[in-house]
Ligand binder design. Structure first.
Ligand code: NDP
Ligand code: MG
Length: 389
């Protein structure tokens, strides 16, 4: 029996994780589920899984849950800080990091500091704090298992040669595939009129709003290049991106002898998540099996980094190093939220991210507190810039 903490249990990653867990209740016990604002859903999940703890990070939502949920065996906690002690609890075996954005950074660091096996979906934390997370993982023997489908695909192709944060032997480069999102064929001069509803309607994957917009701007792929850089300890030049609209090949490893291994499957997060949860054992899940005859063809295209400037910005930030990825990531969280709220246009996401990356001074990464202060500063500057427009 593995004791699991699911951070962000009420989100899309939470849904897929719990779908897998539901099929394997003989293998997993839910220790903790966390939510931010979704009161009804966390109550429903608490009733179903009867975890030892639930954590509600939003204060108002916490008060509502406390009034409505009366199962004595479940301890109800409020605030983000408690997540850091819960993930470090000696009873906990696996931590699924499914919180969206920088809000998940402290709990990711706490899990690796405690030497836990971290199943990582929350890419923003490693983008911003990779320089802290990776040495801490190595010092405390924490294993980081990627759930992001591309990185999980690479992890599957590497097999036993994957070790957290160590450059795999015999590898020449990796190729991350990208569906291209809904607009890879759209003319750039139409970007001004793209609505939030169009941007979140992803052609292949069903995901939360923020990552769906990131997929539409290709910022998601940029963040994934940085994520791969940290997880596999590879330089940016050896991390390629290809548009592959069918989302059948989830990524590839190009070995030094010319062999290429790719991982394929239907675009369903239950597949990488069950692979991560299984820790080397394959687990059945509800994802469809791949039918290649229905696919007709698999196609690949170069990603256009002029049209999709966020992809280029992420590469620029990675080469700049230090706090540059954290600055870009924080700015992007604000611009995406502003776009979803109808405050800025789709094409302004990249424009404002670019401006923030260039205007805010990059320094060395030193500590979590420094990164949290920087996050507050970048959010403030980005919001001020948006409000002045
Ligand atoms: P969702 O928006 O669907 O879910 C986000 C989760 O985080 C919810 O449980 C939400 O709680 C919680 N949350 C939101 N804000 C806060 C906060 N300030 N503090 C604590 N918890 C918070 O996102 P996804 O599940 O799509 O994505 C989660 C992460 O996984 C992201 O980093 C994303 O990039 C990554 N990822 C997602 C994939 C996917 O298929 N969805 C694929 C690969 C990676 P509540 O709903 O209760 O407010
Ligand atoms: Mg991905």
């Amino acid at each position: 029996m593995k004791n699991i903490v699911i951070l962000g249990a009420t989100g899309s990653i939470g849904d897929s994780t719990l779908s897998v867990v539901r099929k394997h209740l003989d293998k997993f016990t839910i220790n903790t589920l966390s939510a931010h604002k979704n009161v009804d859903k966390i109550i429903q999940l608490a009733k179903e899984f009867k975890p030892r703890h639930i954590v509600i990070t939003d204060e108002l939502a916490y008060q509502k849950v406390q009034q409505k949920l009366t199962i004595k065996s479940i301890q109800i906690h409020s605030g983000a800080d408690v997540l850091n002690s819960i993930v470090a609890d000696s009873e906990v075996d696996l931590v699924v990091a499914g919180i969206v954005g920088n809000a998940g950074m402290a709990s990711v660091l706490a899990a690796v500091e405690a030497g836990k096996t971290l199943l990582l979906a929350n890419k923003e934390s490693i983008v911003s704090a990779g320089e802290l997370v990776m040495p801490l993982a190595s010092k405390n023997n924490a294993q980081i298992i990627p759930l992001d489908s591309e990185h999980n695909a690479i992890f599957q192709c590497l097999g036993d040669s994957y070790q957290t944060g160590i450059r795999p032997k015999g590898v020449n480069s990796v190729t991350l595939t990208a569906s291209g999102g809904p607009f890879w064929k759209t003319d750039a001069n139409q970007f001004k009129s793209i609505t939030p509803a169009q941007a979140v309607a992803h052609p292949q994957w069903d995901m939360g709003a923020k990552i769906s917009v990131d997929s539409a701007t290709l910022m998601n792929k940029g963040l994934e290049v940085i994520e791969a850089h940290w997880l596999f300890n590879m330089p940016g030049e050896e991390i390629h991106v290809l548009i592959h609209p069918q989302s059948t090949i989830h990524s590839m490893v190009n070995f030094i002898d010319g062999s290429v291994l790719a991982q394929m499957g239907c675009p369903d997060m239950q597949i990488p998540i069950s692979h991560g949860l299984g820790l080397g054992q394959r687990l059945v899940n509800d994802a469809d099996f791949l039918n290649l005859l229905q696919q007709q063809q698999l196609t690949f295209f170069q990603a256009d980094t002029v049209k999709f400037r966020c992809l280029q910005l992420a590469r620029d930030a990675m080469f700049l190093g230090g706090t540059a990825p954290a600055i870009l990531n924080a700015a992007n969280e604000v611009t995406v939220a502003a776009f979803l709220a109808g405050q800025i246009r789709f094409d302004q996401i990249g424009e404002i991210n670019d401006r923030m990356l260039n205007d805010i001074q990059t320094t060395k990464v030193e500590s979590l507190t420094q990164l949290q202060d920087l996050d507050t500063e970048v959010r403030f500057k980005t919001e001020t810039h948006i409000n002045s427009k």
